[in-house]
Design a protein around this ligand. Sequence first.
Ligand code: AMP
Length: 419
Amino acid sequence: MTRIRAPRGTVDVFPEIPGIWSRLEDTVRSVCRKAGYTEIRTPIFEHTELFQRGVGESTDIVEKEMYTFLDKGKRSITLRPEGTAPVVRAYLEHKMWAGPQPVKVYYIGPMFRYERPQLGRLRQHTQFGVEALGSPSPALDAEVISLLISVYQAMGLHGFVVRLNSIGCPECRNRYKESLIEILSKHVDELCADCNRRLTRNPLRVLDCKNEQCKAQAGAVPPIYEHLCEDCSLHFEGVKQCLEALDIAYELDPTIVRGLDYYTKTVFEVIHSGLGAQDALGGGGRYDGLAEELGGKPTPGVGFAAGIERAVQVLQGAADEKTGQFASGIDLFIAALGDEARLEAFRQANDLRKHGVSVDIDYLERSLKSQMKFADKLGARKVAIIGEDELKGNYVILRDMETREQTRVPSGDLVKALL
Ligand code: AMP
């Protein structure tokens, strides 16, 4: 029979091997919690309308990339392609606006986009993100950027660049769009077919086209952040001031417009050159109009989403350079010889786990030599050896796998010897 493989654009993840993925998740949780963000888990699927209204009909995501189907009740359902619209939906649905503001949440979970798979681009990928709702303060824009940076710094990820822009409020943006159409219309022959289409539907997207000729045209237009209304301009200055107060380096980049319709004012991306063509580690911005778009009262909001696979890709490269640095390993492997010793190892392992020690044992009745080899492969820091003599004497031989030093430890003192 033919073997069934995972669908194209999906991967099986083993978060604990070599431990980067799970460490990244732990880091996200710890960084977010310290800043007062609590976890939210929204459903993997939502009503299609949420993304049509929230993300925008003219976006690539809604036009081409959604996994949409009718369920058995004939409702149009979509596997979530992003996390912000669901969080804002939950904020409105649970009347979170009635409590203390801002509401600050973070999430970690899979997103689904029907894209052409390539390095760094999957059809199911995982994002971590934060959303802060209910305050227009530029300090919050800077806070979410700083959280993303803090996660990368805590992981030892270097070489990323923060690119910052402001696309203003709908009024300054519409004014800018008009002048953009006027300027670019004179150069339609130099724009790619996609951009010719974008020019009427979503002209800002011409600015972030990867085509070289389009890039040249985009580089020649005046940056949007020089054409903001007073309110948006003040806000942008506030964000920059807060970033500078935190010593966060950034580059102004007028080509960062983000693919989603809901953004207002601040938009940013964190880029890493080690990623290749798909060089965005994460990105986000402010979306003051989104809650209203979803039927709520006007509510300011700001957040980011970042790809876990891409961060792991960069960190994995760094780990390969310093082999073993990220191997998580276990505290102890108990090597046992003989049935009675195996039962004792089984009992001891269970006991030690309750005391917070990570322990594994042999389940294949291996020889002592191959148990030691196996312990090494597991990255065990210590090995406790139990044979007939040790059983009788009620002690174990404790071997430090790094120094190769061996000591006799009374069985009852094993926890103490390990902690
Ligand atoms: P976006 O909402 O498109 O800005 O996505 C946020 C982040 O998720 C990006 O910066 C990427 O790191 C990651 N990401 C987005 N789409 C994909 C994908 N198809 N495959 C892998 N990672 C992705």
